[in-house]
Design a protein around this ligand. Structure first.
Ligand SMILES: O=c1nc[nH]c2c1ncn2[C@H]1C[C@H](O)[C@@H](COP(=O)(O)OP(=O)(O)OP(=O)(O)O)O1
Ligand SMILES: [Mg+2]
Length: 215
């Protein structure tokens, strides 16, 4: 068990992530708490150069502050036509404090600009992938468990869907003929970067329980 009392703390201030983690952990009888439940804790500065580095920084800082095992997620969108940007800067692509809408507008603007005004009549602008790094850190042993997942898709100039969060309305999945924002929570979890990383993490957790190093 992760914390023994049916509570799992996730070091996030993203309501969309909280919803997805709650959905994923409900079948395990775990209630998810997030940084919305601990407003007194200071923000973690995400100055790592990789998703994994930032995820560890978030899980370790919050776990040490609370004295509990903590899960953190660092994720983002890597767009091929932009050489992998915005990547680890996805949340602040349009600047510090940017909203999802600001970031989506900036992404479409940059990709349209690359076409230099040429109208191809083609809504799919570039291949892209969502990447998610998870870190579960146990402050009592300093043990860290990690997992990464990715999902491939296309950036579309025709946003669609009211589900999900972040760049989901612009992320088109050819197999579904839908954007990520048009999927249900279950569907998104079954194919998403976060869903894949979570399944890997829970497999690794089962194989090597936290708090019992060396087994
Ligand atoms: O499933 C996703 N669907 C759409 N967009 C997504 C997804 N997963 C990450 N993203 C985007 C949102 C944000 O622009 C950035 C994450 O940044 P990231 O720093 O990991 O999260 P955050 O600052 O929103 O919350 P927090 O750090 O408190 O967990 O990538
Ligand atoms: Mg963040």
């Amino acid at each position: 068990m992760i914390s023994g009392d049916g509570i799992l703390v996730v070091a996030t201030k993203n309501a969309g992530k909280v919803r997805e983690f709650q959905h994923a952990f409900a079948p395990f009888g775990l209630t998810v708490k997030s940084m919305f439940d601990y407003p007194e804790l200071p923000d973690v500065v995400e100055d790592g150069t990789t998703f994994a580095e930032n995820a560890l920084k978030k899980s370790r800082q919050i776990a040490e502050a609370l004295g509990l095992p903590v899960l953190a997620d660092d994720s983002g969108l890597c767009v091929d036509a932009l050489d992998g940007r915005p990547g680890v800067y996805s949340a602040r692509y349009a600047g510090e404090g940017a909203t999802d809408k600001d970031n989506n507008l900036k992404l479409l603007d940059e990709l349209e600009r690359l076409k230099q005004g040429e109208d191809t009549g083609q809504p799919l602008l570039s291949t892209a992938r969502f990447v998610c790094a998870l870190s579960l850190y146990d402050p009592s042993t300093a043990a860290e468990l990690t997992a990464e997942g990715a999902v491939e898709g296309w950036i579309t100039s025709e946003p669609a869907g009211g589900g999900g969060f972040g760049y989901d309305p612009l992320f088109y999945l050819p197999d579904f003929e839908k954007t990520m924002a048009e999927l249900t929570l279950d569907e998104k979890q079954s194919i998403s970067h976060r869903g894949k990383a979570l399944r890997l993490l829970t497999e690794r957790l089962a194989g090597r329980p936290l708090g019992s190093e060396g087994q």
